[in-house]
Design a protein around this ligand. Structure first.
Ligand SMILES: NC(=O)c1ccc[n+]([C@@H]2O[C@H](COP(=O)([O-])OP(=O)(O)OC[C@H]3O[C@@H](n4cnc5c(N)ncnc54)[C@H](O)[C@@H]3O)[C@@H](O)[C@H]2O)c1
Length: 258
């Protein structure tokens, strides 16, 4: 059955591979990105978030079957919390009414293996309180004290925790909408290419995200998991971060999960 998907971050990397796969499966995909998407919207801004939802309504007549929130950045900068947490939550919350009108609706965010790394509770707590100004200030404080690397992990931890909390509420579970994240390890995309091309950075990446199974992934290897989690076949997986990390979580956390 043909479904209608909206994918953010569809112009590149994992988002593009996901949109390509879904189209190849015969589905209709609305791609959103900062520019050159079916919807062009900057999800770091309130205007862009409003534009995304308004255009999605126009293009779909108010019905969507699935949303994949993939847009993200990995800068040592407060912009990262704005896009990765607040942009993603606005995408999911803003499009939820369209999903509620869809068939077998599903929603997903692209999280990260980085949620198992250290985070900054001040950033995560402010994000989960929905206080963008405070989350940006806490991110800037982390940058100023030389811990800008915490902003990305914190943004992914916040959005993953948000999913876990929201997935079991009436808005999502009672409405029959599974809500999950995938947590990729290292995926070779424009986001990571420069890092992977630098031997010193590559060594650091391999130490912080060891991937004994198959090594670094290509975006096409993450897309099928996203497609399954957002398909009607997924009836009972919700509130999860499903790692697609070549074993990194099992190496890094071992028995410390449950
Ligand atoms: N590449 C990796 O190793 C990796 C690992 C774990 C998680 N992720 C996550 O996967 C997602 C996709 O990353 P990727 O590796 O494909 O990167 P990418 O840079 O190839 O693609 C990201 C896309 O998001 C879009 N985007 C960025 N800021 C935006 C904004 N303000 N508004 C709208 N769109 C915006 C970009 O234009 C781009 O098309 C991100 O959320 C990233 O954090 C990536």
């Amino acid at each position: 059955m043909t479904r209608t998907y909206l994918v953010t971050g569809a112009a590149s990397g994992i988002g593009r591979a996901t949109a390509d796969l879904l189209r190849a499966q015969g589905h209709a995909v609305i791609g959103a990105d900062v520019k050159d998407g079916d919807i062009s919207a900057d999800l770091a801004t309130a205007e862009g978030r409003t534009e995304l939802v308004a255009r999605a309504r126009e293009l779909t007549g108010g019905r969507l079957d699935a949303v994949v929130s993939c847009a993200g950045i990995a800068h040592f900068d407060p912009l990262t919390i704005k896009v990765n947490h607040f942009g993603a939550v606005a995408t999911l919350e803003g499009l939820r009414p369209l999903l509620a009108a869809g068939t077998d609706p599903r929603a997903l965010v692209v999280g990260s293996i980085d949620v198992v790394h250290p985070t900054d509770p001040a950033i995560v707590d402010a994000a989960l309180a929905g206080d963008e100004e405070a989350a940006v200030a806490a991110s800037q404080a982390a940058v100023d004290r030389g811990e800008g690397h915490l902003v990305y992990a914190s943004s992914k931890a916040a959005v993953s925790r948000w999913i876990r909390r929201a997935a079991v509420t009436a808005d999502w579970a009672k409405a029959g909408i599974p809500l999950n994240a995938v947590g990729p390890g290292v995926v070779v995309t424009p986001m990571t290419q420069t890092l992977l091309d630098d031997p010193a950075m590559l060594e650091l990446v391999e130490r912080s995200v060891p991937m004994p199974l198959h090594g670094h992934a290509r975006p096409e290897q993450i897309a099928p998991l996203i497609a399954w989690l957002t398909s009607p076949d997924n009836t009972h997986v919700t509130g999860q971060v499903v790692f697609a990390d070549g074993g990194a979580d099992a190496v890094l956390r071992g028995d410390r999960t449950w």
